[in-house]
Design a binder for this molecule. Sequence first.
Ligand code: FE2
Length: 387
Amino acid sequence: MNSQFPQRSPIALQQVPLLVFGAGAISSAEEHLRALGIARPLVVATRSSRSHAERLHPNAIIDAGIHREPTLEDFHRLLQYAQTVAPDAIVGIGGGSALDVAKLLAALADGSQSLAEVWGIGNLAARRLPLVCIPTTSGTGSEVSPNSILLDEAATAKRAVISPHLVPDAAFIDPELTLSVPPHVTAATGLDALTHCVEAYANNFAHPLVDTWALDGIRHIAGHLVAAVQAPDDIEARTHLALGSLYGGLCLGPVNTAAVHALSYPLGSRHHIAHGHANAVLLPHVLRFNASAAPQRYAAIARALGAPEYASAMDSARAGVAHLYRMIEETGLEMRLSALGVAESEIPSLAAEGLAITRLMRNNPRSMTQRDAEFIYRAAFHGREGE
Ligand SMILES: [Fe+2]
């Protein structure tokens, strides 16, 4: 982990063929759909993105039914709808929830595979429908990633489909669409994006090709998150967050996340704590735990966060954690799991559930025991800044 090139096997970068970034990019999405000759796109939207969805195409079939982190039921309802209306393209516009559903829909609408067949990594055979994604929050980076996450309510677990076929054909990132995002959602989604960057940089599979995105993403988000929370119409701050979110999304395919995401999933599936908020609560505690496994890497993260630097990498890493903790507090997010509906008696089972997500835990620079994971949840339960 401390060497400059910790990952020696080849790295694959599966990119969105067309990426348009900047204020007004949504107009390019309209033009793109027209140029492709799309006649009847199905647009998966959220209630708050409906007005943007309406301008995308004169014959757009809009479903604005996604209003939470999507469940299997949400997906199956939309799959049935898609099979009835037979669109010639799928567009996702909204937060990560709408985009994740749109991506899976584009891959499974032709009925050649069922959802049950494609869970996990690399099980999707193909995607026939064109897929366009337009994020309206700065967080998941789903518009450029090969991941879709759904909530399996029966199993109380988040489940993932990961496949190069889920990378959209085109992504249009327009920071102006994020101006109406309320402060607490700006904070939670921004911290999700920050976590993507941090967990990609401090990762057993970290790679110099991705490190650049990760560190730059940290700088963009840490430098402007509080400003965007405090002044939602600050387009400059919004643009930095959108860039940070994009960089975080670009890290997800080739490297992906680690322990913060693994431990946050049970908080989302059991207590419906928003994904970014759950990550924010855990991030400083996991960083403190991980720091000794890769002090140089965590010192570089601390620098990118804007923390003061010390002669020893470990001291710098610790300063980074303290700096991060204060920054998250400044966004106003509740940092104590005890105040978010979690009972202390749940900690052992939360820890076991998080540790079982081995596809992410294997990426974590320091291996984690049940006892370690419980310690992290306990620190987050009390919201302690740490010793
Ligand atoms: Fe995330």
